[in-house]
Every structure is written in structure tokens, then in C-alpha cells.
Ligand binder design. Structure first.
Ligand code: FPP
Length: 248
């Protein structure tokens, strides 16, 4: 038996993965179940993917839980989703805290029902010093709303126009201090950004799959990360080797 340390499954994991967890409703419909059953199954799946993030060394995970546009859904679904989120905090917080997960919130907390605001604030407070994995929950979040909020705050703070650059804007976003996502995963096959991290996604890589979110398992997550590891990220530039080939 070799005494050399075992190879990690994924030597080059993305630092930050963001997920649009889409397809819960269709997953439920296909099984003749109410839509909320799909959201419950989606929540169960989340537990698996959080574990996989810790296993594969992902440091930041951003989850699109509820958008500023989702208020337009039927009342029962909106309230049902809020109750599911409350339930997740009640039942999963202890384990997440033990796993070293830090919970952050992005979006407008003050517009959420009081019972949920209180739970979210408690989760942020409990986990604030954890370092293993940071989970940003996008709850009542919209990318345009985030940019409007940032501009308003810059004006209130009297930031001089000439000093506004990308770094300043990034510092005024809800995601301040979090690196931009390296990889964005969208389940259920839709090819759109849906107002998610529209500033931060400027150079993110995408992985889109027809799989509905409740069925997106550890194996497919690993495939997404492996595919990411093969991508050639140029950030708008050319590879230096190509440049030297032509000019050197
Ligand atoms: C999109 O599916 C999913 C949502 C709007 C909600 C996602 C929320 C959860 C999985 C709950 C748990 C989340 C956290 C962070 C604890 P859809 O309803 O749009 O599906 P459809 O397009 O098939 O109708």
C-alpha cells in the first residue's frame, strides 16, 4: 500500500459557484405533485450539494432562493416558500454551523415577512465567524435592484464621480468582499440570466443542464466542476502563448 496522500478528486475546484436552482415546479408536475413538493425536494437536494461543496473544496456558494420578481407568483406558493426557508433554518442551522458554514444574505431583507427576517438575522449572527464554506442566500434578490441600491448608497455617501470604478461599484454591492463567481450552474435547461448576479457574472463560466434541480446530484455537480476545470478562461484577453506565436 502506498503511503503517499491520496489525490484530491478535483485538484482545481472553482472558488465560487453560483446556482440558479430551476425546475422544482416541473419536477413536481411530472409526478402529479403540488409545486411546493418540488421546492421541498429542491431543499433536500441542497443538503447534498452543500456537502459536495465542502468535499470538493468550493469556498463560496451563492444560491438563488427567491428573486425580486418571484413575489408575482400565487400567494400560497410565496408563503409556502417562505415557510420552507424558515424550516431549513430551524432544522439545518445547527449542522451547517458544525460543518463550518458561514451564512450570508444578499438582497432586501427588510421586505421579507418578520418571522423570516428574524430567523435569517439569527443564522447570520450564529455563523458569522465560520470559514469552511460561505453560502450567500439570494433571498428577495435582483441584480438590477442590487445595482440601484449600490448607486443610491454611493450618492448618499458623496462618492466623487471620478473615483467610481469597478472596484468601488463591487464594494457597494450586496456581495461586497466576495469574489465574483467562477462558475454559474443553471438547472432545467433555460438559457437566461434571470436578473441573477448581472454585474458579478461578467466573466463567469456557465454550466447549463436539462436536469431539474431536485435531480441534480453529487455526480452531476462533480461533472460540472470537472468541465469547468477544462475551460480556457481568458477574461477578454488572448493566451500569452498565442500572442508570442504571432509576434515573437
Ligand atoms: C425555481 O424553480 C426555484 C425557486 C424559485 C425556489 C428555489 C428554492 C429552494 C430550492 C428552497 C430552498 C432554498 C434555500 C436557499 C434554503 P421553479 O419553481 O421556477 O420551477 P419551474 O420553472 O419548473 O416552475
Amino acid at each position: 500500500m502506498s503511503d503517499s496522500p491520496s489525490q484530491p478528486i478535483l485538484p482545481h475546484a472553482p472558488q465560487h459557484v453560483a446556482i440558479i436552482m430551476d425546475g422544482n415546479g416541473r419536477w413536481a408536475l411530472k409526478r402529479g405533485l403540488p409545486r411546493l413538493a418540488g421546492h421541498k425536494a429542491g431543499t433536500e437536494n441542497l443538503r447534498r450539494i452543500i456537502k459536495a461543496c465542502v468535499e470538493f473544496g468550493v469556498r463560496y456558494l451563492t444560491l438563488y432562493a427567491f428573486s425580486t420578481e418571484n413575489w408575482g407568483r400565487p400567494k400560497e406558493e410565496v408563503l409556502g416558500l417562505m415557510r420552507i426557508l424558515e424550516d431549513v433554518i430551524d432544522h439545518e442551522l445547527k449542522e451547517l454551523h458544525e460543518q463550518g458554514v458561514q451564512i450570508r444574505h444578499i438582497g432586501k431583507l427588510e421586505q421579507l415577512p418578520a418571522f423570516l427576517q428574524e430567523k435569517v438575522r439569527g443564522a447570520l449572527q450564529t455563523t458569522r465567524n465560520n470559514q469552511k464554506l460561505t453560502i450567500n442566500i439570494a433571498l428577495n434578490y435582483g441584480g438590477r435592484d442590487e445595482i440601484i441600491h449600490a448607486v443610491q448608497q454611493m450618492i448618499r455617501d458623496g462618492v466623487p464621480a471620478e473615483s467610481v470604478d469597478s472596484e468601488v461599484v463591487s464594494r457597494y454591492l450586496y456581495t461586497a468582499g466576495v469574489p465574483d463567481p467562477d462558475l454559474i450552474i443553471r438547472t432545467s435547461g433555460e438559457l437566461r440570466i434571470s436578473n441573477f448576479l448581472i454585474w458579478q457574472a461578467a466573466y463567469s463560466e456557465w454550466y447549463v443542464t436539462p436536469t431539474y434541480w431536485p435531480d441534480f446530484d453529487r455526480e452531476e455537480f462533480l461533472r460540472a466542476l470537472q468541465e469547468f476545470a477544462q475551460r480556457d478562461r481568458r477574461f477578454g484577453r488572448v493566451k500569452s502563448a498565442e500572442y508570442e506565436g504571432k509576434n515573437g
